[in-house]
Design a protein around this ligand. Sequence first.
Ligand SMILES: Nc1ncnc2c1ncn2[C@@H]1O[C@H](COP(=O)(O)OP(=O)(O)O)[C@@H](O)[C@H]1O
Ligand SMILES: [Mg+2]
Length: 211
Amino acid sequence: MTTKRGKFLTLEGVDGAGKSTHVQWLVDTLRNKGIEVLSTREPGGTPIGEKLRELLLHEPMGLECETLMMFAARAEHLRTVIEPALSTGIWVVCDRFTDATFAYQGGGRELGYDRVETLEKWLHPDLQPDRTWLFDVPLTVARERLNRTREQDRFEKMADAFFQRTREVYLARANAHPTRMICVDSTQSIDNIRKDLELDIAQIIDAAATQ
Ligand SMILES: Nc1ncnc2c1ncn2[C@@H]1O[C@H](COP(=O)(O)OP(=O)(O)O)[C@@H](O)[C@H]1O
Ligand SMILES: [Mg+2]
C-alpha cells in the first residue's frame, strides 16, 4: 500500500495578526481528529534554521543577505523536516513559508518579486502549501497588539509604510491564489476565527479522505 502524502498547511500575516495565537489550536484540532501532525515555523524549524532565525530577527543586514538567508533556512527545513514528514503521510503546520518572503522581502523591503520567484522555483518548484490561512488586520490593530506583547524584533520595529506594503502583498497573493489561500479577518474575536477555521479544517480533511 502506498502512503498518502500529508497535507502542508501554513499560517501567514503581518506581525501581530494572530498566527501564533492559532497555530497550537490548529495542531490540536487536527490531532483530535486522529491526524498525525508536525508543527514548525519559519525562519527556523531546524538547528541551522533556528540559528539563522536569531540572526535574521536581530542582526542588521542587507536585503540580498536577508533574502538568501531566508531561503537557506528554508532549504534545510524542506530537506530535513517538511519533505520527509509529508512523504510519510504526516501533516505539516508551518507558521510562515514562502508567501512571507514575497510579502516581507519582496514587498515590505521592496526587493520585488522576480528574485523571490527565482529562488522559490529553484528550491521548491513543485511544492506549494495545500492551504494557507492569511490572518489579516489593519496596521493600527497589529501595532496595538504588538505593543501589548513582547519586546519587538527587527521587522516589528519597521515603519508603518513597511507594514502597509507587506500587508498589501499578502492580500494580493490571496487574491491571486484563491483556492490555496484563505483570508481570515483577524480583527474578529479569537472564538469566531476558530469557528471559521474549524469549518475549513473539516473540508480539508474530507477532501483528503476522498483523494
Ligand atoms: N483575534 C484576536 N483578538 C484579540 N487579540 C488577539 C487576537 N489574535 C491575537 N491577539 C493578540 O495579539 C497579540 C499578537 O498575536 P500573535 O498570535 O502573537 O501574532 P503573530 O504570531 O501573527 O505575530 C497577542 O497578544 C494575541 O493574544
Ligand atoms: Mg507569531
